[in-house]
Design a protein around this ligand. Sequence first.
Ligand code: GPW
Length: 830
Amino acid sequence: HIGPQWAPTHPVAKAPVGTPPPTVDGFVKEFLHELNSNQGVSLSDSSVNDQYMALASTVRNYLMARWLETERGNRENPSKGVAYLSAEYLLGRQLGNNLLSSGLIDIAEEALKQCGIDFAVLRSQEVEPGLGNGGLGRLAACFIDSLATMSVPCIGYGIRYEYGIFRQTFVDGRQVEQPDSWLALGCPWEFAHPEHGVQVNFGGRTEKSTDEQGKEKTTWIPDWNVIGVPYNYMVPGYLNGRVNTLRLWSAQATKAFDLQIFNSGDYATAVRAQTFAENISKVLYPEDSTPQGKELRLQQQYFFVACSLHDYIHHVLPEGFDLHQLDERIIFQLNDTHPVIAVPELMRILVDEEGFGFEEAWEVTQRCFAYTCHTLLPEALEVWPVEMLGRLLPRHLELIYAINDHFLEQVRERYGNDEMRVRRMSIIAEHPERSVRMAYLATIAGSKVNGVAALHSQLLRDKVLPDFSEFWPEKFTNVTNGVTPRRFVRLANRSLSTLISDSIGKGWVNNLERLRELEPYAEDPDFRKAFREVKAGNKQRLSKLLADRDEIVLPEGHMLDVMVKRLHEYKRQSLKLLHLVTLYNEIIEGRLDPDTLQGRTMVFGAKAAPGYKMAKDTIHLINKVAEVVNADERVKGKLFIAFPANYNVTLAEKLIPAADLSEQISLAGMEASGTGNMKFALNGALTIGTDDGANVEIREHVGDEHFFLFGMTEPEVADLGAKGYDPGSYYESDPRLKGAIDLIASGAFSGGDRRTFEPIVSNLLTQDRFMALADYASYMDAQERVEAYYADEDAWTRSAILNVARSGYFSSDRSMKDYIREIWHTTPVL
Ligand code: GPW
């Protein structure tokens, strides 16, 4: 329960000096002023983009005094804060959120109306900053929203990619990637500070020397460098007058490159060198959960982390601050292993620049970091070849070795010369090549290590880091993920929000456990009717959007069954496809009477990493199945498949509120948490899901009767794997499954060409690493239960309402409260 200390002090903070009064007239005046003086146009000559920019500036100006005030508070009354280090922030559009946080939504809408402008059109003008891949990046965005709302001092540090996650298009059903030029029309939310550029060094060598006192000293002599330019973004709390900062770094060439031009006389080469430097923040790596070990990615990681530590120590901390006490002021939270190079960087600063002894520096460092792990997949655990790391960051490699020696010494002290254990626990892996295991470095350095759902944290201890959890049992903890109710309920589902607020008041928006008060309303027929109307309205708005955006015409009156997430084999979009193809096949073969079915529309949304062949083939197959099924008169009115391209936060905000059924069907033990699952439950969709990630806790909260559970449990998965898994046996013994797979193999979805989907078919029949075939029968069963339950409108609506009422736990405000209590030990500033 989020107690009163986390509640905002007052609904709307007193307007600090210089803030325009929040009246419609005042807003109109300010908006027109921005249009004239910032965009340089009159209202009658202004483009939609001009109007959007002016509206954004108006909101920004309103928040400005609060931002500056928050900054002043941080300096004058410093208390312990959080520096969230994340290579990804999947922010979504800013305008609506910033209006909501400032309490200006209604005023803005009315003001624009007076200017003859449609607010919705301006909102659609914003290109969302897609500076992340999926769940991990979106989680970071939810967390900084919650920290601001709970009045916890936080700086988010990350990278200002010039190109975020690619824009997905389909050509003949195949994914084609387009660059995401999100900055092309200008970004009104950022503040660049080139004058605060930070130099970041790379390459070169180290030199040992002894000073006058006979003390050993190491100097890093790098051979190239770039400048990191900070761009600040406002992170406003919800109606509490606090505005935290997100600081993203952009890489710029240093003057050294100009000098090279001058000296070499080779202009073209020198300009290429400049491009090289600026490449560092050029593009987000689009691999989700499968790092490719590319040198540029390590450069990105060190780049933003070096900028951030420098910024914190030299610009945020007061001058002369004693770094021995650093942990009293800040905790650096490592969002997965991507920023873990910050550990040797802090050691380098303390030892080489501040003159700390190694032990002394290590003590401080261990108190200043905490590490969140977001996966269990072995291929997702980052490792860097020693050769590469040493070439790019020679001093950091030395420090990693020193940390490793120091740690392995402790291991030997505890276990004697158990060399097997020492080898297992070493930060340096020897095979297949010498490399640095970043998760081990993070675990050794972190004051705490957490997983992101109860099951995941348990498996992290038992399967991924068992030696470490034996060594430091108290270091390991769980913090179950959460999502921000501001964006994903209040903004995304305005009509549900109104219905809730009309019933229980507005307090739920920053105290989500209060949704419990809705429970009795599940028994109220009028409320159920109103709830159904909300869903129907959301579906209608979605229909309109998909018609405009994708030329997809949704059938009316269908159950909306939604699976939106990155395309990955472990998430098992292919299992969903097997369900659809089975239904289709059974109908056309005459074994299933379509009249016994209710209409169901299946919506997919998924991007595949550009180099992930199986994922891209699966996208192709989904599109081809959709083409055939949607055109077949025999299933008309019963089955429809929609796969809008370019699933992103903006589309999620439209899709999730319209969904009836949420598909969370990963193989048990594979999805660390999932956060989409939470967003759906909070918006009144029922879940069909495995016993995986946060599904486990969602089911515990909403109750078994309101959740469609299927599939093997994690221990069953482990047993089956140990026994030897044979997917072919499931195919042979289940005629419906065989029928579906044979239909795909026959070329029915590829114009008769049997080769097109052969890789998918043969993978399922011979590998099926994520055991889709083993869970197929159980999944089909569960879908039949869904079908029957949906026919009972009242029962379904009751369950949907109870899903909303009982999902308050999954607010990211609660997650933050857990981090604060278990890991950070920070206090809110009220
Ligand atoms: F592999 N997650 C993600 F752990 O979105 F690094 N990208 C990633 O690269 C990784 C994890 C990584 C996701 C998890 O898959 C998801 O289960 C979880 O809910 C989310 O991170 C936030 O914790």
